[in-house]
Design a protein around this ligand. Structure first.
Ligand SMILES: Cc1cc2nc3c(=O)[nH]c(=O)nc-3n(C[C@H](O)[C@H](O)[C@H](O)COP(=O)(O)OP(=O)(O)OC[C@H]3O[C@@H](n4cnc5c(N)ncnc54)[C@H](O)[C@@H]3O)c2cc1C
Length: 408
């Protein structure tokens, strides 16, 4: 039985072996502690549009920021299933905390899957685990919106040194992060779609604020705009082209983690609706209020939402190490459609919860308010706009065959 199977972690680089249970139960308990901290500050985080510092401190305390890092580099080797469970649980407590966690974990997944074998990236993985570094993401650039597969800013090369200046219109928790993972054009002569991914730590870059973050929801993600100026070493560029990282890891992991966050937000709204309907029924001798049908509809769409996420999780897990299968048209269409479908279902679920609660849900005070949930979840269809995704995969959808069996 190997180290991973026994669930015992031996801390890398230390003499004493640290018994450390990485069972699902341990992840659940550790996530519950973070969710508790997130729930305690959620209202204030939303009102003030401030970073959920206590929740992220708790995630560091519970060593969840490095959960995906391989055991031999000091992490827990958490699976995509473990991580999406965490995103769901955090989404129920505080959408901003959960989205920050989801974006960080997506960057860590890129490091783990595409940084292995590169000593610079392996060192960063060890640091993420030991120092619990928080990594942010820079893909959006200028007026280019969610067109991630095109970069304007290019990496400048001067021997082994490189630099980058990027108009990063949106970097969630950019000011609070310990590092950034960014896309860029390979060099000055490269086409916009010939991109690389590079990882940078705080000592390599400066951020000059250019845009604030005064938004309807997801206010605690603090997704402000910055001019990003980076100077570092060529080793910081991931060995593989971004095209491969995008297809095999960035898109699937982002869509699975984001969808789990949105499902968590939807679940929290459904829970409030359930409490409301139960209270109303108790107050009228067991008679269900008229809004009960909307509660049933909310539960039904939450069930669908969870089902499509878990089905896509299984599909991804089965192909995780198969680069060809991950890059196939079928898989790419499926994982992009997951984002579209999950975001629409999450919004529909919260809307049903709101209608089940009626005015009690619409109010910003009281036990049954779902206003914050609705504001937060409305970011889902926009975050890489569903219209853009649907337009992009139109041709691929035409080319892929219609399934002949239920489990194709
Ligand atoms: C909460 C949150 C956090 C974020 N965090 C980050 C972050 O950390 N780092 C980062 O880099 N980015 C981040 N983003 C930005 C995100 O990744 C997208 O870039 C952004 O949401 C797209 O913005 P947009 O609507 O202005 O652009 P667009 O995608 O250009 O959309 C603008 C409009 O054009 C329409 N449209 C665009 N393309 C098409 C098309 N092909 N067919 C039809 N209609 C189309 C859309 O429907 C929309 O109405 C975040 C966004 C949100 C909401």
């Amino acid at each position: 039985m190997n180290v991973q199977e026994t669930g015992i972690r031996v801390a890398a680089g230390t003499k004493t072996s640290e018994a450390f249970s990485r069972s699902r139960n341990s992840f659940q308990q550790r996530t519950a502690a973070v969710a508790k901290a997130a729930a305690a500050e959620v209202e204030e985080v939303d009102r003030a549009a401030r970073f959920p510092q206590k929740a992220i401190d708790a995630a560091r305390q519970e060593r969840l920021l490095g959960a995906q890092i391989p055991i031999e580099l000091g992490g827990d080797s958490a699976s995509i299933s473990d991580i999406t469970d965490m995103c769901y649980a955090l989404g129920r407590a505080c959408a901003s905390t959960a989205m920050i966690f989801a974006m960080h974990q997506t960057k860590v997944a890129c490091l783990v899957r595409h940084g292995a074998g590169s000593s610079w990236h392996e060192k960063l993985m060890s640091r993420v685990a030991s120092e619990q570094l928080l990594l942010a993401s820079s893909t959006t650039e200028g007026q280019n919106g969610g067109n991630i597969r095109f970069s304007s800013a290019a990496v400048e090369h001067a021997g082994a040194e490189i630099s980058l200046v990027r108009n990063a219109t949106v970097i969630s928790y950019g000011a609070q992060a310990d590092g950034i993972v960014s896309i860029a054009r390979r060099d000055n002569d490269a086409a916009g779609s010939d991109q690389v991914l590079l990882a940078m730590t705080k000592d390599n870059y400066t951020l000059e604020p250019t845009l604030g973050w005064e938004t309807l929801g997801m206010r605690g993600t603090c997704s402000a705009g910055f001019e990003l100026k980076f100077k570092g070493s060529a080793e910081q560029i991931f060995p593989e082209a971004y095209e491969a990282i995008h297809a095999q890891t960035m898109t699937p992991v982002a869509h699975l983690c984001w969808s789990s966050v949105w499902a968590g937000i939807a679940a929290a709204a459904v829970e409030r609706a359930q409490l409301f309907i139960r209270k109303a029924a108790r107050g009228s001798g067991g008679q269900l209020p008229p809004g009960a049908a909307h509660f049933t509809a909310a539960k039904m769409s939450l069930t669908k939402l969870r089902a499509i996420i878990t089905s896509n999780l299984d599909t991804y897990a089965a192909r995780e190490r198969d680069q060809r299968a991950l890059s196939s048209l079928e898989f790419q269409s499926q994982i992009n459609l997951l984002k579209v479908e999950a975001s629409e279902l999450a919004v529909a679920t919260v809307m049903h919860a709101m209608r089940a609660c009626g005015l009690s849900g619409y109010r910003n005070d009281g036990d049954f308010t779902v206003g914050r949930h609705l504001r937060d979840v409305l970011s889902a269809p926009l975050m890489i706009n569903n219209d853009r995704i649907l337009a992009n995969i139109g041709t691929a959808s035409l080319m892929s065959a219609v399934p002949v069996t239920l489990r194709d």
